[in-house]
Design a protein around this ligand. Sequence first.
Ligand code: M6P
Ligand code: ZN
Length: 190
Amino acid sequence: MLQPNDYPLSVQFDLAAGTFAPITSKSERRLSEMMQSFYDVDAARAIVEQGDRVLYEVLYSPFETSKSDMAMCVTRIFPGKVGDEYHMTKGHLHERDDQPEIYFCLQGEGYLLLQTLDGEFRAEHWTKGTLSHIPPMWMHRTVNMGADTLVFVSVYNLSAGHDYEVVEAKGFKMLVVEREGQAVLVESEK
Ligand code: M6P
Ligand code: ZN
């Protein structure tokens, strides 16, 4: 028998605003929660001491049924830099090794950084309309290198899980920084 959450459900996007409704929950990620992520630790500390900064927000809608656990969210990365490194997500690896994810860029310009545990690295350049498939077992982080908010939709299973520690421990091979007014990928010294 169908349970109450087994019925179809739609949300409505406002593409110009980069939001949707109804939103089940919303969370914010502050720089103080990402002190291991940016290479310029002094720049990060100075911003946090002056009152911290919200780097991105995640608007969330679980499409859970009695037999499935798909979720959808919209991540909005605000423009800006910490030192010369562009605002980005904390980045994670799925805890389950059989879980992919779809990201779809609605607004803005950036990079999706991907890396395996063996050190294979990819940087997917994003503009409005880019859709990327994240295969299982690739760490993933998104960087906003534009002047506007970078907005993307993600679709994944809740049971995938988020492992942040592996990203903090290994880091990504490349950083996205501003050099002479241009966004460039440079090798990380971590
Ligand atoms: C996307 C999805 C979410 C993730 C969010 C922010 O919306 O991948 O699962 O939580 O980005 O990324 P992070 O969890 O790395 O901070
Ligand atoms: Zn993910």
